[in-house]
Ligand binder design. Structure first.
Ligand SMILES: [Cu+2]
Length: 225
């Protein structure tokens, strides 16, 4: 009887730990991905000219890639390999144009979450930048007929950059501290507190944070019971 009671009393705690960890992520988090979900890699956009630095990344499922923008104006958008400098589809991620003054980086960033291991091709949607070589890839394919160099050559041949219609597919907000192996996604969320100048896009982040607090309160109540 004592053992059963102990297990039942611990159950809410276990459920809360699962719920609390999940609240910081917009994707389903598996046990294996939970560790990776805390890591954030940063890509500088336009710091070194019309390039992303780095322009080739390997990112684990559940991790995040944060784009930091430099002067004067750049964006990041998702394309396919086959059609460089054009939106992947109607749900392609797009940061919108970031105009940065001073030396940069812009205080506001655009962060995407890696949902699977499929290659993600990205480019700058500002006119002429993509065909000038401003593109990159996350989790590049092993297929040697699909390299960033080939993409960039095709982009130059296309000679036209088309940006997505909608700003979507990522979180716009203040730069999060780049983690060095943080074990939970809630830590990353806590550092991304929206500023008073929150835009419509960053309200999604507010909702996520709020739902996290609600989950914590619910957990506290459950624990008290
Ligand atoms: Cu650009």
């Amino acid at each position: 009887m004592y053992t059963r009671g102990l297990i039942l009393s611990l159950l809410p705690v276990a459920l809360c730990q699962y719920g609390g960890g999940n609240a910081g992520s917009s994707t389903t988090t598996t046990a294996a991905a939970a560790v990776a979900s805390g890591s954030i890699q940063t890509v500088s956009v336009g710091e070194d000219g019309l390039v992303f630095s780095p322009n080739t990344l390997t990112a684990a499922v559940g991790s995040k890639v944060q784009f930091e923008f430099y002067p004067p104006t750049h964006s990041v958008a998702q394309s396919s390999f086959e059609n460089p400098c054009a939106p992947l589809n109607s749900s392609a991620f797009f940061s919108g144009g970031f105009t940065t003054t001073g030396n940069g980086p812009n205080a506001t960033t655009f962060t995407i979450t890696i949902n699977d291991t499929a290659p993600i091709w990205f480019y700058c949607g500002f006119p002429t930048h993509c065909e000038s070589g401003m593109a990159g890839v996350i989790n590049p394919p092993s297929n040697t007929s699909q390299t960033l160099s080939i993409y960039q050559a095709a982009a130059a041949a296309v000679g036209n950059t088309t940006r997505p219609k909608s700003v979507q597919g990522g979180v716009i907000g203040p730069a999060a501290a780049v983690s060095s192996g943080a074990s939970t996604s809630t830590a990353a969320t806590a550092t991304a507190t929206p500023t008073s100048g929150a835009t419509a896009e960053s309200l999604g982040r507010v909702d996520i944070v709020t739902s996290g607090f609600i989950a914590m309160i619910a957990c506290a109540i459950a624990a008290a019971m």
